[in-house]
Design a protein around this ligand. Structure first.
Ligand SMILES: Nc1nc2c(ncn2[C@@H]2O[C@H](COP(=O)(O)OP(=O)(O)OP(=O)(O)O)[C@@H](O)[C@H]2O)c(=O)[nH]1
Ligand SMILES: [Mg+2]
Length: 259
């Protein structure tokens, strides 16, 4: 494979829709792309998966075999997957020139925070891997909503230590002014902390100011990429970041290639 993108983020932010949209965008622009579904709990996936973990791992079977609820079963499923990666890696070996997109379980703690997850990323694609953190634009219009998603992003980063793209999905549900305001928060921790103090009483003010400053100083999120997975907007910018990482940016002129 050229590279893999592990798509993570809070429940319902549009991870699966994003995986399907990015695959379609890549194929439309004449790249080879495949999606692997790593969520054994998904009822419906809005894309055709090259590998679907539900074919080898059944949550309902695990629940009855181990007397577990759905969350406990997801944890066992993740461990079973790690023990037997061949059904996935066997297919990946055939996908030489592909971008491979991995859809991950809805509840972040069942994938992102499990000890096996960084190992899984390492085993499946090693240094050829990056992550996309899918945040929800609607939740991001309030300073507190935006900050809470930034903190989740930081927690994902602290698990994987891989390059990450911060996707602001569902951009179609907010206004252009909202997106500009969120971008200005990203550029300046002072503007964001002032907006937070306006929204909430200045409780724990010093805490938030120092958190936001340290995010900025560490360049934790260098930019946000507004996307609508529903309308296919912003996907070229996602690809552009992938291309910079995987090919050194030698292939960013996606729309204008003549080969
Ligand atoms: N308007 C709008 N809706 C979206 C967008 N992306 C996803 N959705 C909707 O958001 C809902 C959740 O989308 P999913 O793709 O299932 O989200 P998910 O993060 O994979 O959900 P879980 O795996 O259950 O955590 C669905 O109703 C999607 O149609 C978007 O860009 N715009
Ligand atoms: Mg999903």
């Amino acid at each position: 494979m050229i590279g893999s993108l592990f798509v993570t983020g809070p429940a319902g932010t549009g991870k699966s829709t994003f995986c399907g949209a990015l695959k379609e965008w890549l194929i439309t622009n004449e790249y080879d792309a495949a999606v692997v579904n790593l969520d054994p709990g998904s009822e419906y996936i809005p894309y055709e998966a090259e590998v679907d973990i539900r074919e080898t791992i059944s949550l309902s079977q695990i629940m009855s075999e181990y007397n577990l609820g759905p969350n406990g079963a997801q944890i066992v499923a993740a461990d079973l997957l790690l023990d037997n990666l061949e059904p996935v890696s066997g297919v990946l070996r055939e996908l030489d020139d592909y971008y491979v997109i991995f859809d991950t379980p809805g509840q972040m703690e069942l994938f992102t925070y499990r000890p096996g997850a960084p190992l899984l990323v390492e085993k499946l694609s090693g240094h050829r891997s990056m992550l996309a953190f899918i945040s929800d634009a609607v939740l991001s219009v309030s300073p507190s909503g935006y900050i809470s998603q930034k903190m989740l992003y930081a927690s994902v980063m602290s698990r994987f230590f891989r390059p990450m793209i911060y996707v602001l999905n569902k951009a179609d549900l907010v206004t252009e002014e909202d997106i500009q305001r969120i971008s200005s928060w990203e550029e300046s921790p002072e503007i964001l902390s002032d907006a937070l103090m306006d929204e909430k009483a200045p409780m724990m003010k010093d805490f938030f100011i120092s958190v936001l400053k340290s995010f900025k100083e560490a360049d934790l999120i260098s930019k946000i990429v507004p996307v609508s997975a529903r309308d296919f907007s912003g996907l070229e910018d996602v690809y552009s970041d992938m291309s910079v990482f995987f090919t050194g940016g030698s292939d960013t002129d996606t729309m204008y290639r003549d080969d």
